[in-house]
Design a binder for this molecule. Structure first.
Ligand SMILES: [Zn+2]
Length: 255
């Protein structure tokens, strides 16, 4: 059965807010350029020290609106326990086969939060299985989904740096990315949010966290001659090209 849905890009996050924090500028720019982008959150973030699952779902919906993504779903895996099981891989396979993205963003290969590399591993294994015809999955109407494997898999950077394969110039959309991140008022620093007495300051709600992310985007941006940049690690290299000049034309406007 043919599937009429076709996404250019699908961005996966272990928790709502991961994608906006680490690839929000790139996604906003892709959407501004006319590409179709979806977001898949693996968990609802129910172990978060601040806010609630319900509030995070509202914040995620608002952030998706700010970025302009076409579809956002939550797979409802348990926060803090993302297991690489046949059932969980199949949940990811269903999304891959439904959206049929050319390119996907996945969490970092290493991070202080174990859900991030665990999420990355689960998605990488699901990507492979999504291309196997004997792994069968059905859509919500019970129809058999055709196989699909995205052509490109890119890790975004989280709390542990890697040497990036490429850096996207996100100068045009950095403000949109900032607004999308600030939509998570219960999670990141937002002066409008008044945390309850039982909601402690966290690694990401500290105001310095936003400054660090800003500084990192400036640092990677400068390396490519841009004001702001988002770094990515290509999961399966090498990257092929048949026109190296066109591919690199926009890089380094100054020397
Ligand atoms: Zn996370």
């Amino acid at each position: 059965m043919s599937n009429p849905v076709k996404f250019d890009v699908l961005a996966f996050g272990s928790h709502p807010d991961d994608v906006e924090l680490c690839a929000g500028g790139t996604i906003a720019q892709m959407i501004a350029d006319g590409y179709t982008v979806g977001i898949v959150d693996l968990t609802g973030g129910e172990l978060g020290s601040r806010g609630s699952v319900e509030l995070r779902a509202v914040e995620a919906a608002n952030a998706a609106k700010i970025l302009g993504v076409t579809r956002r779903v939550n797979l409802g895996l348990p926060d803090g326990n993302i297991e690489n099981t046949p059932e969980n891989r199949l949940k990811v396979v269903r999304e891959l086969r439904f959206c049929r993205p050319e390119l996907i963003f996945i969490p970092a290969p290493d991070c202080r939060h174990p859900d991030h590399p665990a999420g990355a591993r689960l998605i990488i294994d699901a990507v492979f299985q999504s291309g196997l015809s004997k792994i069968s999955s059905t859509d919500e109407h019970g129809a058999l989904q055709p196989t699909w494997r995205p052509h490109h898999v890119l890790h975004y950077m989280q709390s542990i740096d890697f040497f990036p394969t490429l850096v996207v110039d996100v100068t045009r959309t950095w403000k949109t990315r900032l607004k999308a991140v600030e939509a998570y008022a219960s999670q990141v620093f937002n002066p409008a949010y008044k945390p309850g007495v039982d909601e402690p300051e966290t690694f990401i709600s500290n105001p310095a966290f936003m400054e660090w992310h800003n500084a990192r985007a400036k640092s990677y941006g400068y390396r490519i001659g841009a004001e702001f940049g988002e770094p990515f690690l290509y999961h399966q290299g090498p990257i092929g090209t048949n026109d190296l000049v066109a591919m690199l034309r926009k890089e380094r406007p100054f020397r």
